[in-house]
Design a protein around this ligand. Structure first.
Ligand code: SF4
Length: 315
């Protein structure tokens, strides 16, 4: 697979672009995830023409449509930022991004819970950074996260699963439109989708089953929307355990009753959050290889992202 293109707030890569001339290097993003992605850095404040260092800013006024204002001298940077952001978004369209990682809490780059103040400097509400808001309105289905939330192992796994899946889907889009390609993609991603949303698993199964009756464009559009919606919903131990039990059903014949009992125990220990997901997955992978199970060996669920990222090692 080619490297995944991801937008990122420039300061997270260690560039000294912050208002105080510093950076906010995130080692996991820069060094670990960085091995698998090609970052497209974006610093709204510097790219819209502000210097380093510069006066710090915050969001001010109507919480639904706040202004970007410097804290001490009260210069209003809103129009400058909005005009630059609208042009930058058009450039970013050409980048084929699979997601964006924003710097948390920034009045320009924060994607949520950014403080909005009134004219007297009192906190009135929490909202979105100015560039992040314009970006997310323009690319509503693109996976986005901020580096603060990515410290949570569940959110981290979810985001990375989404960007890898979107990259695989983009590879389907890069080929000539063809119903068979959608069916093939869906077949391989069935259990991954089930682990996020049993409801989308049903809906998407029906969509693919009537693929022949739909115009191609409609099929692609609907499938992509459902796929992104499904993956945005987080997996849980209960949902994963359901998928693992489903997979176990493929080994009714070859496994001895002792092996079945052991596998069930391991799944149950995972469901109760005593052990991480990687444990039952490794046991099932062993049986898939041993018995050369043709359907399961194609399932992306067993290998949705590089093992080295250790995303399934948490309890
Ligand atoms: S938070 Fe955004 S605007 Fe601020 S330095 Fe980082 S990239 Fe630039």
């Amino acid at each position: 697979m080619e490297k995944i293109k991801l937008g990122i707030s420039t300061c997270l890569l260690g560039e000294n672009v912050r208002y105080d001339g510093g950076h906010k290097l995130d080692r996991f993003l820069a060094d670990t995830l960085g091995q698998y992605v090609e970052y497209v850095p974006v610093c709204p404040e510097v790219e819209c023409g502000l210097p380093i260092p510069r006066e710090s800013m915050h969001l001010e006024g109507d919480p639904d449509s706040p202004r970007l204002v410097t804290i001490h001298t009260k210069q209003d940077m809103t129009d400058r930022m909005v005009q630059w952001a609208r042009k930058r978004i058009i450039d970013l369209e050409k980048e084929d991004l699979c997601g964006f990682i924003f710097k948390s809490d920034s009045p320009s780059s924060g994607m949520e819970r950014v403080k909005v103040y009134n004219e007297k400097g009192m906190l009135v509400k929490k909202g979105m950074g100015m560039f992040a808001r314009i970006f997310m309105e323009h690319f509503p289905l693109l996976p986005v996260e901020d580096e603060g939330r990515l410290h949570d192992p569940v959110l981290r796994e979810n985001f990375i699963e989404r960007i890898f899946t979107l990259k695989r889907w983009r590879e389907v889009l890069s080929k000539k439109e063809n119903r068979g390609n959608v069916v093939d993609f869906h077949t391989k991603h069935k259990l991954l989708i089930l682990s996020h949303s049993p409801k989308h698993y049903q809906t998407m199964g029906k969509l693919v089953a009537k693929a022949k009756d739909l115009p191609l464009k409609e099929l692609y559009q609907k499938y992509q929307t459902f796929l992104m919606e499904a993956l945005e919903l987080k997996t849980t131990p209960k949902k994963n355990a359901n998928v693992l039990i489903h997979m176990m059903g493929y080994f009714k014949e070859p496994l001895s009753s002792d092996e079945k009992k052991e596998l069930l125990e391991v799944i149950d220990h995972y469901r109760q959050e005593y052990i991480p997901l990687i444990v039952p997955i490794t046991l099932i992978q062993h049986y898939v290889r041993k018995y050369d199970q043709p359907y399961l060996k194609e399932q992306v669920y067993l290998n949705p992202h590089p093992l080295e990222l250790q995303l399934r090692n948490h309890v």
